[in-house]
Design a protein around this ligand. Structure first.
Ligand code: 6GU
Length: 246
């Protein structure tokens, strides 16, 4: 996969793209991430990327021409999703990450100031993404979040090919609790079922704790997953334990 980022802060990306899974995935040739300085696509001596809004008011609006030139240069007639990172976008999700991970190329446009000229949205952008209901000073951090979530789904990016599906949201539920050695730490013991080594009991315990955690922290997610008959049994047990104050 190839990802092109268009930004007014290209330096922003050097360090995060160099470490961890993102760094290794690039080294391994699984993904190529390039960033482009939007100011390189201006045509005035001041390299102007913004201007005052038509109709007046506070704040500045990002000009359309540099974005159009940047995309024409980057894509050279090729088709690819062009994603604008903006708080007005569709809420980012694991499902959206999986959809983007299936693409050969992605172009990410980082918005700033009060916004981006609407014609960029109309004629250039195919997808608008927000990473949550809070305001960031620019789309750069959001672009990094999207890239991280997408790249780790690419085959070979995460050491164990199974782990991306097993974890939280891969199956729509939050993860069960995890433990490692020691078996007892400061008076807190690891649940016996995990130590005993009965794999069927361990599987059932994990599923139940995954359901319990999701029910407690993100109840709205439980309604969105397909529940098996075992899940219904486990939910009944959890409900009875909760009623009994356990
Ligand atoms: Cl994508 N951009 C900005 N500026 N703020 C945000 C965001 C994006 N997602 C959440 N807040």
């Amino acid at each position: 996969m190839r990802v092109d980022i268009v930004t007014i802060f290209p330096e922003f990306f050097d360090s995060p793209l160099g470490c961890s899974i993102l760094g290794r995935a690039q080294q391994a040739g699984i993904v190529q991430v390039e960033h482009h300085d939007l100011r390189d696509y201006t045509d005035d001596a001041h390299r102007t990327v913004d201007d005052s809004p038509y109709g007046g008011g506070a704040g500045m609006v990002m000009k359309p021409e540099p974005f159009f030139r940047a995309c024409a240069d980057i894509l050279g007639g090729e088709e690819a999703p062009v994603v604008l990172l903006t708080p007005q976008g569709e809420p980012f999700s694991q499902q959206k990450a999986a959809q983007l991970a299936a693409q050969e190329r992605l172009v990410l446009l980082c918005g700033h100031y009060e916004g981006v000229d609407e014609r960029v949205r109309e004629a250039l952008v195919t997808d608008e993404i927000s990473i949550g209901d809070y305001v960031l000073s620019g789309g750069e951090l959001a672009a990094l979040v999207v890239i991280d979530a997408v790249v780790r789904l690419l085959p070979g990016a995460v050491g164990n090919d199974q782990s991306p599906v097993q974890e939280s949201f891969g199956d729509g539920l939050l993860e069960h609790p995890h433990y490692t050695r020691p078996a007892e730490f400061e008076g807190r013991a690891v649940p016996g079922v995990l130590v005993e080594g009965n794999h069927e009991r361990i599987r059932r315990w994990r599923r139940k704790e995954s359901l319990r955690r999701t029910l407690q922290r993100r109840p709205e997610l439980v309604g969105r997953v397909e529940l098996s008959s075992e899940d219904h049994e486990l939910l009944k047990e959890i409900w009875q334990e909760m009623s009994a104050g356990m």
